[in-house]
Design a protein around this ligand. Structure first.
Ligand code: ASP
Length: 578
């Protein structure tokens, strides 16, 4: 390989294959050719008469020799040597590339990078990222296999299922008017595999969700999907924790970090989000009882009052926040759902500089200083609202103000457990919605509330979070048909409908379903963090753009009307807004 040649190889005859990174004249008869492959670059001294240009594909055979004094390049692993006496075989010519292959990837417009992705991948950044990805996949497979998991592949064409995301549909030519759905995940299959006695299943599975794309979301993504029989939640967390750490270790070589634990309620109370970023402090401070008998109208009777301390020692800029910045924070808080945001700048001897200072009694002011430990130069942000709004607003502000880029160390993993089984009601049906998906088991201690106070029921459901990114989720599943029906009913799915939609899934549970549980985590996200990337597109060979298309193939494209006819489909005019 080009990049491995060092002084140890001096005197050896070698053949190197690769692409011309650079060619420069060297006197009258000779030229330097820097030949590149994924391992690096080697300087070759070739006859000037050979016609080679950037990105030509060559095989060069020659003898490794020390570079003459004064021409050594210590910035290059091969910088002490060169290949001389070269025979050059031009294996293919190349057009000038649309962007320099050796330049930094972020110097080039992303659309151009994606249009010529095969050239973009030839560059160092993508070469490294795809190799990190392969390392992660390989470490996952090794770890899963050594723990007795069996890899089973499941179908891409399947019926529509209730996992919450919008599905991609595939029309059936043989059954006009009927459709397959592409899997949001192999959830149903893996649970059936438990009934089938594959007691430890895994798959590096492609999942598809027709949702708006973001930095951490593509239509298609890869998950490590796993399921186990006869296990407790602890067993699942232990096994999945082990594999994630093994994958991270394969890339970073760092000592395995500890995975912390937190209940969902704790995460919301302390960090205002269900995927807390534990790399920085700034925890939400509980203040409801402090203002229990306040005369300040905006706080009186509020369900929940919490504060955020932006301390000047860590965030020196906060002390200088002017009116504009504070108004922007207030607008942001309102956008998220708060009625307002109270800000207080702490001056000398704890004096309050705030539009609401006059409404707070001196006891309230000193208790507030005590509770928040705020000192001169600090900024306090307070929200009083319904609990959900209070924590959500302050959680977002905490992230906005304090959160480092996702890949900035250290790696802080946390299991968030005891998610709610249900969340609010569906605006259309008025029925509850699943916190995760309808197959999660209720917490046994809360079963008695299932019919009477379902929003209070916790699930045996958990997420793994890394540096504020949700890596994945899982749960212990319901394995008794009767309990599954009760949960379906809360979700507004009647027995008849359940039979019609998921009969194929419920029926097998009558034939001896073992207790089981599992997990799935997003490989793209883990790789992105380990590769130091903010966007999962950087770790996917052929991703879609943010707007969901592929500039290289132009997909999605219209299809031939005869193709539609064959499928029994006719197109409506595009909606006016499209
Ligand atoms: N199927 C779930 C998901 O993709 C994960 C699980 O519950 O195992 O989010």
């Amino acid at each position: 390989m080009c990049g491995v040649l060092t002084a140890d190889h001096i005197g050896q005859t070698v053949s190197v294959c690769g692409w011309v990174a650079k060619r420069r004249e060297h006197g009258e008869h000779l030229a330097f050719v820097d030949l590149r492959d994924h391992s690096g670059v080697i300087q070759c001294v070739v006859d000037n008469g050979v016609d080679v240009r950037s990105e030509y594909v060559l095989r060069i055979t020659g003898v490794v020799r020390a570079r003459p004094d004064g021409t050594i390049n210590t910035g290059l692993s091969t910088g002490h040597v060169e290949v001389g006496d070269c025979v050059v075989e031009v294996m293919n010519a190349a057009e000038p590339p649309p962007f320099p292959i050796d330049a930094r990837a972020d110097d080039v417009d992303e659309l151009v990078r994606l249009k010529f992705r095969y050239l973009d991948i030839r560059r160092e950044r993508m070469q490294r990222n795809l190799r990190v990805r392969a390392q992660v996949n390989s470490a996952i497979r090794k770890e899963m296999e050594s723990n007795g998991f069996v890899e089973v592949e499941t179908p891409l064409l399947m019926p529509s299922t209730p996992e919450g995301a919008r599905e991609f549909l595939v029309p059936s030519r043989k059954n006009p008017g009927s459709f397959f759905a592409l899997p949001q995940s192999p959830q149903l299959w893996k649970q059936l595999l438990m009934v089938a006695g594959i007691d430890r299943y895994y798959q590096i599975a492609r999942c598809l969700r027709d949702e708006d794309l973001r930095a951490d979301r593509q239509y298609e993504f890869m998950q490590l999907d796993a399921e186990m029989s006869f296990v407790s939640q602890e067993d699942v967390l232990e096994n999945i924790g082990r594999v994630v750490i093994a994958a991270a270790h394969a890339v970073t070589g760092e000592d395995p970090p500890e995975i912390q634990r937190m209940t969902w309620r704790d995460a919301m109370e302390r960090f205002g989000v269900d995927k807390p970023d534990l790399r920085f402090g700034m925890e939400l401070i509980e203040l409801t009882s402090l203002f229990a008998s306040t005369g300040f109208k905006a706080f009186a009777g509020a369900h929940s009052i919490k504060g955020l301390l932006v301390d000047a020692a860590t965030y020196p800029e906060a002390a200088g926040f002017g009116r504009n910045k504070l108004d922007a924070l207030t607008d942001r808080a309102k956008k998220i759902g708060a009625k307002g945001l109270v800000w207080i700048k702490i001056g000398a001897s704890g004096a309050f500089d705030s539009p609401v200072a006059k409404f707070l009694s001196s006891e309230e002011q000193s208790s507030l200083l005590l509770a928040t430990q705020a000192v001169e130069g600090d900024l306090l942000l307070l929200v009083a609202d319904q609990w959900e709004t209070t924590v959500e607003v302050l959680g977002q502000l905490r992230n906005d103000i304090g959160r480092p880029p996702v890949f900035e160390g250290p790696y802080r993993y946390v299991w968030v457990t005891e998610f709610p089984l249900f969340i609010g009601s569906d605006p259309v049906t008025g029925k509850l919605r699943s916190g995760h998906h309808p197959f999660c088991a209720p917490h046994p201690d809360d079963l008695h509330l299932l019919d009477t106070d379902p929003l209070k029921v916790r699930a045996l459901a958990y997420d793994l979070v890394l540096n504020g990114w949700e890596l994945g989720s899982g749960s212990i599943r319901i394995h008794e048909p009767e309990l599954q029906r009760r949960v379906f009913n809360q979700l507004g799915i009647t027995d008849e409908e359940a039979d019609k939609r998921f009969g194929f899934f419920l029926e097998p549970f009558k034939y001896g379903a073992p207790p089981h549980g599992g997990f799935a985590f997003g490989i793209d996200r883990l790789v992105a963090i380990l590769a130091g990337e903010e966007n999962i597109r950087e770790v996917i060979a052929f991703p879609k753009t943010q707007s969901g298309s592929d500039p290289m193939t132009n997909a999605p494209t219209p299809v031939d009307p005869s193709h539609l006819l064959e499928l029994g489909l006719r197109l409506l005019p595009p909606p006016a807004s499209a």
